[in-house]
Design a protein around this ligand. Sequence first.
Ligand SMILES: Cc1cc2nc3c(=O)[nH]c(=O)nc-3n(C[C@H](O)[C@H](O)[C@H](O)COP(=O)(O)O)c2cc1C
Length: 210
Amino acid sequence: MEFVDAVAARRMCRSFLPASLPADVVDRLLRLAQRAPAAGNTQGWQFLVLDVPAAVDRYWSVTLPSERRGTFPWPGLLRAPVLIVPYADPSAYVARYGEADKRARPSASAAEKQALAGGAEMWPVPYWYVDTAMAAMTILLGAVDAGLGACLFGQFEHEAAVRAAFGVPEALRAVATIALGRPDGTDRPSRSAVHRARPGLDTVAHRGSW
Ligand SMILES: Cc1cc2nc3c(=O)[nH]c(=O)nc-3n(C[C@H](O)[C@H](O)[C@H](O)COP(=O)(O)O)c2cc1C
């Protein structure tokens, strides 16, 4: 598949066939995710991979109680055979930017170097989210290329419950959850996808000045 076609075809898919995915297909997507760019090449991402029915069921049991399932607008999402939770590790970035080569960067002031190595709260842009989101996007595009569907959705207030259910280390932050599988062909785009058009380039690109 051409890159531009994969980008153009990518849409969130929220209705899947229950068929499982071969492990090597999932591994290939995870390897692609590892190709994402990373600040200082820190690669401070981790992936919780839920690829057996018991694990997927456990995820949904802690995030979508059975009494809310009847009104859940995307029942086909629950059939996705694989869920991947990309986690960002802030401490990996603080540690990396305290390493000798980062501290020797001539382009950074002493105050900036001190700040970045000082703690996650000192970072003006938290690169762990930037990098992990790019890794997640690579999975979404890789899924299109593999003929699969994928949906990235937020964990919102369930982050702590998911962490506890799967023994995820306290320091990691969930960026989202990605459902993966084969589309069942009945998917319909979300209301936001329908009602919020992609604006013209002149609306978002500010050439030369704002
Ligand atoms: C950070 C992020 C969080 C999202 N959270 C949800 C979500 O919780 N539920 C959902 O159905 N879609 C979620 N989406 C999908 C967006 O609604 C979707 O990307 C947008 O409407 C554009 O549609 P498209 O991706 O199909 O082109 C999320 C997307 C992103 C990037």
